[in-house]
Design a protein around this ligand. Structure first.
Ligand code: SAM
Length: 218
């Protein structure tokens, strides 16, 4: 079993990573501080631990990945999370992004499609003492039983913006979702102004693993 040990060496590497993210344009000190606080190497397979502070995505099993730190920082900054927000994350994966949202003070609901990944991450987060609400299922339909949410974050590439996700947002709520084809997706920020008006802002292109399920890729 992996020893959860955070050394000066790891902290130094995190400091360098935060510096890099700042140079790449991440401005939110709250987001940068959360990334500094959370040991990313805890979320890695022991064989890959020496790579944990590279600005790259890495495999976490079941053909899935832990997102690149820049992508986590970019999405989290767009999401503009405040203390006490109810946040739904679609694509729990390793639990790293969800834990960043928890450090920012959100109540986090997170849903994962791959059963084995869901089970493994649930066990791991319990051991780490991180209290996220974890679910197994198709997040392309949101999590209606716990809606509405202040924020919804999709961490897999979607072919369309699922209507259900807009429906499950509070008024004034924000959805951050990468949308495009299987190879490349544009990062979108959608702000629900009223039940009939949604403001859409477009950002850079990213490359995510595909969102599966009813409103995802078949
Ligand atoms: N946020 C994760 C982390 O911090 O490690 C990384 C997410 S990984 C890039 C995308 C995840 O979305 C994968 O774990 C994948 O299984 C999951 N996924 C894909 N389609 C999904 C769906 N319809 N509902 C829930 N999760 C889904």
């Amino acid at each position: 079993m992996l020893k959860l040990e955070d050394t000066y060496l790891h902290k130094g590497k995190r400091k360098a990573l935060v510096k890099l993210l700042r140079e790449k344009g991440i401005k939110s000190e709250r987001v940068l501080d959360a990334i500094y606080q959370l040991p990313r190497h805890f979320f890695f397979d022991s064989a890959l631990i020496s790579h944990a502070y590279e600005d790259k995505a890495f495999p976490i099993g079941e053909g899935q990945t832990i997102s690149q730190p820049y992508t986590v920082a970019f999405q989290t900054e767009l999401l503009d999370v405040h203390e006490g927000h109810r946040v739904l994350e679609i694509g729990t994966g390793s639990g790293y992004q969800g834990t960043i949202l928890r450090i920012l003070g959100a109540e986090v609901f997170t849903i994962e499609y791959q059963k084995k990944l869901y089970e493994g991450t649930q066990r791991f987060l319990k051991r780490l003492g991180v209290d996220l609400h974890l679910f197994h299922g198709d997040g392309s339909q949101g999590l209606p039983n716990y809606a509405p949410y202040d924020r919804i974050l999709v961490t897999a590439g979607a072919p369309v913006v699922p209507n259900e996700l807009i429906r499950q947002l509070k008024l004034g709520g924000i959805l951050v979702i990468p949308v495009g084809d299987r190879e490349s997706q544009k990062m979108l920020k959608l702000t629900k102004k009223s039940n009939t008006q949604v403001i859409k802002e477009e950002f850079d292109n990213f490359a995510f693993v595909p969102l599966l399920g009813k409103d995802g890729w078949r």
